[in-house]
Write a protein that binds this ligand. Structure first.
Ligand code: PGA
Length: 249
């Protein structure tokens, strides 16, 4: 299992970032899970410097630009230099800010060119009776995977994050049954783009109001390979409880 912590903009102070990292390092010593932290970009270098723990680092997004004059942009190369081994791409909050599937595909290429592992977020806004949301998800996968080589495709971690479930509480999250169905569907869609054993080894995470109270039931039997956690990962007590809840699995 992978537990990726998306700190978003919840964490704005060095003191808080360091506290969260220290607790993640302690947890990672015993946890069976791989812990990946995605701090705001300005904290990446400081947190990842000299890191010898099992904790890995992700950048929350990368720019479509590389090099040159693009004030404010965080390039994949700079993020890698700062210590990121992973990069979240296509998060719904970036898509809401204007990233379409073509933008996400371009960012993916920059991430892969730097040898980082992409965590590609996909997820529907709402569900409709005609199941058009399934076609929407397949399209998100197809546009991202289509231009890539088989080797590149095989490195991508998918994070299924239904937008309607993000940033709420465990009670508003997806049900374990629905999650099981969705993971099956996503794996079927991935199988169109992956060959042989790459289908079986593809990693699919779930994100959207994962909290200590629902993590275990969502993990059990749903076929996921871990979580992308937002708000519940930005507090030492709740992140600790969450990791422990799935550790005994
Ligand atoms: P949440 O965020 O856990 O706060 O719902 C998850 C995400 O957006 O990655």
């Amino acid at each position: 299992m992978i537990i990726a912590a998306n700190w978003k903009t919840y964490v704005e102070s060095t003191a808080r970032a360091k506290k969260l990292l220290a607790s993640a390092k302690r947890l990672a010593v015993h946890a069976k899970q791989d812990v990946v932290l995605a701090p705001p970009a300005p904290f990446l270098g400081m947190l990842a410097a000299g890191n010898r723990s099992k904790v890995a680092f992700a950048v929350q997004d990368v720019s479509t630009e590389t090099g040159g004059a693009h004030t404010g942009a965080v390039t994949a190369a700079a993020a890698r230099e700062a210590g990121a081994t992973h990069a979240i791409v296509g998060h719904s909050e970036r898509r809401a800010a204007g990233d379409d599937n073509a933008t996400v595909a371009l960012k993916l290429q920059h991430i892969l060119a730097q040898g980082m592992v992409p965590i590609l977020c996909i997820g529907e806004h709402t569900r409709d009776d005609q199941a058009r949301y399934l076609t929407f998800l397949r399209e998100e996968i197809a546009s991202a995977f289509g231009p890539l080589s088989q080797k590149e495709r095989a490195t991508i971690i998918i994070a299924y994050e239904p937008i309607w479930a993000i940033g709420k509480t465990a009670a508003d999250s997806i049900s374990p049954n629905d999650l099981t169905e969705m993971i099956l569907y996503i794996r079927k869609a991935l199988a169109e783009f992956l060959l042989g054993e790459n289908v079986a080894t593809a990693r699919v995470l779930y994100g959207g109001s994962v909290e200590p109270g629902n993590a275990r039931e969502l993990a059990e039997g749903s076929g996921i390979d871990g979580f992308l956690v937002g708000h519940a990962a930005t507090d030492v007590a709740s992140f600790t409880a969450l990791v422990k809840a799935v550790s005994t699995r």
